[in-house]
Design a protein. Structure first.
Length: 453
């Protein structure tokens, strides 16, 4: 059966409908995409996107069009802040210096010297009152001064450093010579302690003072003592010229724990130092170009391991960067004696002498170019005194112009002086002297005495 021919019907072609973004949102979306793209490029290339500034700017803008960015962990931002503030040392030496200063500064103290001083007031008198009485027609008056009580005033300052947990502090002797003055120790964190002088070294510019424990209350309500942190003492016999050193001290009595850096310029120097009413010849000291200013006296000279290798003691007036420090090995014995005996004991022979040099040998036609020449000053001229009264030297009847060649078989030279040798012994030790007298060698036995302060 055939179907009838039906009329041809043309249906329209169907296509999927397109999603149209309103023109108002097209511009905003384009800006958002561009901002995110730029921020990502900057962030990955220079680490800027994670910084709080750019992250905040982008977040604020996108929040206005209701688009939220993921939060950056606060730890990341805080870490970057720390990195920005932390200084990174440029060299290993710089790193070592910074480390030493941080570690030792709490144990370096300022010593403030105060004293009761008179207060004066000014007043005026008329020389004519005696003739005309209080109603003198002359206005001429003469200024006069009179004392009006006393007042405790600061008269000086210096430096010291802690050498024991119970508060022993090593400093210079010329700092604490005044028995009428009061001494106050000021720590780097601002704590104040009254100090008392324990001992003065009779032969060296060294002194030991003491501060008491700081008392605190524990959580259990008990009174406990807060110990001090002593500095580590090094070995000054192993120093080398050119070695880097650090000086720390109270500059000009005002700038606490000021730091200067230099090198060891010389070893075994002999100087005559003056300060605090004391004039003293100091042998075998360290010379350094690290700045040692007024007020640095008594402060530590340290190596790059943070060990004390010297005690700053003197500078040369009129010179630049010439300072001197007493080797720490000379102080170790004194510290131990004060800790165990409560005082410093120094062996004593009892002679006035000078060390013979090749120049003195040639000048005075001496038979030797070494030894201790009794009864002579440093220029070789006769000294006013020869022997100390009641000294070991007087008891064995040493004479003027005797030359002591050896002390217990140890040769006396300018590099190995009598003062340096004798410090190896203690009062009461029995020693033998080899003496040249009238061209002949003689031997004397004696017991060393104790030298008082």
């Amino acid at each position: 059966m055939k179907l009838p021919n039906l009329p041809k019907i043309n249906f329209p072609q169907l296509r999927p409908a397109k999603f149209q973004i309103p023109k108002f949102w097209r511009a905003k979306l384009f800006i958002v995409i561009c901002l995110i793209f730029i921020s990502l490029i900057l962030g990955f290339s220079a680490g800027i996107f994670s910084s709080s500034y750019y992250y905040g700017q982008v977040k604020d803008f996108l929040s206005k069009i209701k688009i939220e960015l993921p939060k950056i962990p606060s730890q990341t931002i805080e870490k970057e802040k720390v990195i920005e503030k932390e200084y990174i040392p440029q060299t290993s030496q710089e790193e070592a210096i910074i480390k030493v200063v941080k570690e030792v500064s709490p144990s370096v103290v300022s010593i403030i010297i105060t004293k009761d001083l008179p207060i004066f007031e000014e007043y005026y008198i008329s020389p004519f009152e005696e003739f005309f009485g209080p109603g003198s027609p002359f206005e001429f008056k003469i200024p006069q001064f009179r004392q009006k009580g006393t007042q405790k005033q600061e008269v000086g300052g210096g430096t010291g450093f802690v050498v024991s947990e119970d508060g022993m502090i090593l400093t210079n002797k010329h700092m604490v010579l005044d028995k009428e003055a009061d001494y106050t120790v000021l720590t780097n964190d601002g704590r104040k302690f009254p100090a008392k002088v324990l001992a003065l070294d009779p032969t060296q510019d060294l002194a030991i003072i003491k501060i008491d424990f700081e008392k605190t209350i524990s959580r259990e309500g008990q009174i406990v003592s807060r110990f001090f942190s002593p500095l580590k003492l090094g070995d000054s016999d192993k120093l080398q010229i050119g070695q880097t050193v650090i000086a720390i001290g109270n500059v000009l009595g005002e700038f606490r724990n000021s730091v200067s850096v230099g090198v060891i310029s010389g070893l075994g120097r002999t100087i005559t130092a003056e300060g605090g009413g004391l004039v003293e010849t100091i042998e075998d000291v360290i010379q350094t170009d690290a700045a040692i200013n007024k007020g640095n006296s008594g402060g530590p000279l340290l190596n790059l391991r943070g060990e004390v290798i010297g005690i700053n003691t003197a500078t040369v007036l009129g010179a630049q960067n010439i300072g001197f420090a007493i080797p720490i090995n000379k102080a170790k014995k004194a510290i131990e004696q004060v800790r165990t005996k409560g005082k410093i004991t120094i062996p004593f022979l009892g002679i006035y002498y000078t060390l013979i040099t090749p120049e003195l040998k040639e000048k005075f036609n001496l038979p030797v170019d070494y030894g201790a020449w009794v009864g002579r000053d440093r220029n070789g001229n006769p000294s006013k005194e020869v022997l100390f009264a009641n000294s070991p030297a007087e008891k064995i009847q040493l004479q003027k112009d005797d030359i002591i060649l050896e002390f217990n078989t140890e040769k006396i030279t300018t590099d190995n002086s009598l003062a340096k040798i004798i410090m190896k012994y203690n009062p009461g030790d029995r020693v033998i002297l080899k003496v040249l007298r009238g061209g002949k060698e003689k031997f004397f036995q004696l017991n060393l005495a104790e030298r008082s302060e």
